[in-house]
Design a protein around this ligand. Structure first.
Ligand SMILES: Nc1ncnc2c1ncn2[C@@H]1O[C@H](COP(=O)(O)OP(=O)(O)OP(=O)(O)O)[C@@H](O)[C@H]1O
Length: 612
């Protein structure tokens, strides 16, 4: 290639660059919307109906404007106004009926879209919970489930259909104009293309603003949610002004983006007005010339001008849709990322013979867990085999990985590698649901839902008698009987007046109602006074009969009450056996139980010290 042609090619490439950038921006913006559209295939027929009705409404809208000007002109020159008025009356009634139908079908579509999007988002949340969600800001997840879902409902039900219908109606009206006015009618399609170019050219800015707006709203949701969740600490530690400042800063960021959007849409509007005025003036000039030539009747002039003005209405509908595409695309991208996020599939471990399924058996082999964003394995190859009906205590210093082990058993965190089997059945389904049907984890903090006691027990369809039996077993029956409406008493969000111990017992009741073959309890007596702890341990002794239990504990009383104690340290099991034997034989165990701050305590009576 010669130097000149190389320079020319470079110049061409340079000229192409903005176009290519624009096309690539459009592709990026459209990709998440198209990807999410796949979840809405079932609604394709309804969407086509919406498009057809919207197209008819737009075409008839232009038609009634043109007809009304034609009828007025005919009345002025006293020439056939009656027929035009009759046609106008029919068109107006049809337009009213079609507009009503459009609202109806578009809203049916909107509800179905929001239902499909919210269901997909909640399925994803259930699939990811809680490890996958832990990597996401809670505000992002909330925004995806609420405001993003609403933005998408609006887009698929009202915007996308309007864009397609608007383009079809614009083409229909343009064809009509060219057929009627000849070359003068070409002004309309040219003007329509200019109108469409306005949002297309503004798209790179619009999409940046859309992403900033959606991100800002998600950030604000995070700040507000955290402020609500930490309200007690915020007041106690005098952080109210700091939190208010955070909320104000978040609001200001969102407002700044909104201002930018208003400036852009204002400029776009001004450009559109200019194109509209130019279209009317050009049509006026060209049609007037044809009237002077005698090619058209003088009465055609006002009608042609009305057509030029009204004929832009369908593309303005398209523009309104395109102006929001950047923001909607950002919402779709967030929802799409949530739907595509990988779940918590356990890695395959060493292939060993695990024998026949046995209810209550628990096998953990070489389990390794590293939390995302960290490089230290919290569990670095844990082996644990529990026989049916056995009661095992898991102990270790604070941070040793006890809670992590319970979360991995319940398939709430994904191991890097290793094997887990409950009842002799490998835990290999992606969601962990099958494992959790056999193994129930009662965590340290039972969430109390804003619902009745009955609904808080999370066992729909269970008889009252069975619910009361379980409440008796966990020593909550008297507490519930004293409530004004018993089982039907609504509980406040987060438990309101319920103490920590009562909430722990509520969690235990929930676990028992599932009747699992393996019950895992994480620090069931943490935060309880000695007497309540003794009562709780008595409850435990009763409820664990006939099933396997794994109890994370710092309490020697709870360790003694178990058949075996497993000591976790350095991410591995370093001691395993009955409490008394370990006391006699394991220096690591004795060290773990020794309380360095309190030399008066005897090994075996002091809780395992908290680290740090
Ligand atoms: N989501 C997480 N992301 C990153 N690190 C985590 C996460 N959860 C826990 N860790 C870290 O993993 C380690 C083990 O935590 P874990 O809660 O399992 O310990 P533990 O033995 O139950 O402690 P404690 O007795 O204090 O409850 C700790 O160092 C903790 O900081």
């Amino acid at each position: 290639m010669s130097a000149t042609s190389l320079t020319e090619a470079r110049a061409d490439a340079h000229a192409d660059a903005p176009v290519r950038r624009l096309v690539s921006t459009w592709r990026t913006v459209a990709a998440p919307l198209v990807a999410l559209g796949a979840h809405l295939r079932a609604e394709a027929r309804l969407a086509v109906q919406v498009v057809v009705v919207a197209w008819l409404v737009l075409v008839l809208g232009v038609g009634t404007t043109v007809l009304s000007v034609a009828a007025t002109t005919a009345a002025v020159v006293d020439d056939g106004a009656g027929a035009l008025l009759a046609a106008l009356a029919v068109a107006v009634v049809a337009l009213g009926l079609l507009a009503w139908t459009e609202q109806w079908v578009a809203h049916v579509l909107a509800y179905r879209v929001i239902d499909a999007v919210r269901r997909a988002v909640h399925d994803a949340i259930a699939r990811l919970a809680p490890l996958g969600l832990g990597r996401r800001r809670s505000g992002e997840t909330v925004a995806a489930a609420m405001t993003d879902a609403e933005a998408l409902e609006w887009f698929y039900a009202h915007t996308a259909a309007q864009v397609v219908a608007g383009l079809a109606a614009a083409l229909t009206v343009s064809v009509g104009a060219v057929v009627w006015l000849g070359p003068a009618g070409l002004v309309l399609p040219v003007a329509q293309l200019l109108v469409l170019a306005v949002p297309l050219l503004a798209l790179p800015v619009a999409s940046r603003q859309g992403a900033a707006l959606r991100g800002g709203i998600a950030d604000l949701a995070s700040v507000v949610m955290e402020a609500r969740a930490a309200a007690r600490e915020t007041v106690l530690l005098g952080r109210v002004p700091a939190v208010v400042a955070d909320v104000r800063a978040g609001t200001a960021r969102v407002q700044r983006v909104r201002r930018g959007i208003a400036v852009r849409t204002g400029a776009e509007q001004a450009a559109l007005e200019a194109v509209g005025a130019a279209t009317v003036l050009t049509t006026l000039a060209l049609v007037a010339a044809r009237v002077q030539d005698g090619a058209l009747a003088p009465t055609a002039l006002p009608v042609a001008v009305a057509l030029a003005g009204a004929g832009l209405a369908p593309v303005l509908t398209v523009v309104a849709g395109l102006q929001r595409t950047g923001e909607t695309s950002a919402a779709a991208a967030r929802v799409d990322a949530l739907l595509r996020a990988p779940g918590a599939r356990p890695a395959d471990g060493p292939d060993v013979d695990r024998g026949a399924p046995a209810p209550g058996r628990l096998d953990v082999e070489q389990l390794r867990v590293t939390y995302p964003g960290t490089d230290r394995a919290v569990l670095a190859g844990v082996d644990l085999h529990v026989t049916p009906g056995e009661h095992v205590a898991v102990v270790g210093a604070s941070g040793a990985g006890k809670t992590t082990l319970t979360l991995a058993l319940a398939r709430l965190v994904a191991p890097d590698s290793g094997h887990l089997a409950v009842d002799g059945v490998p835990a290999d389904d992606e969601t962990g649901r099958r494992t959790r049907e056999r193994l129930v984890l009662v965590g340290q903090h039972a969430h109390v839902f804003r619902a009745s006691v009955r609904d808080n027990l999370l066992a729909p369809g269970t008889s009252d008698a069975a619910l009361w039996r379980v409440l008796e077993r966990v020593h909550l029956a008297d507490r519930v009987r004293a409530l004004p409406e018993g089982l039907d008493t609504p509980l406040a969000e987060r438990g309101g007046a319920w103490s920590g111990g009562e909430r722990q017992r509520l969690g235990l009741a929930r676990g028992l109602l599932r009747d699992p073959s393996v019950l895992v309890l994480d620090e069931p007596t943490a935060g309880l006074d000695t007497r309540t702890e003794a009562a709780f341990l008595a409850t435990l002794a009763d409820v664990r009969a006939g099933r396997t239990t794994v109890v994370v504990t710092h309490r020697p009383a709870a360790m003694r009450a178990c058949d075996r104690v497993v000591l976790l340290a350095g991410g591995r099991v370093v001691a395993d056996g009955p409490h008394d034997r370990l006391l006699a034989t394991s220096a690591a165990y004795r060290d773990a139980l020794a309380a360095p701050d309190d030399p008066g305590d005897q090994p075996g009576d002091a809780p395992i010290p908290e680290r740090g």
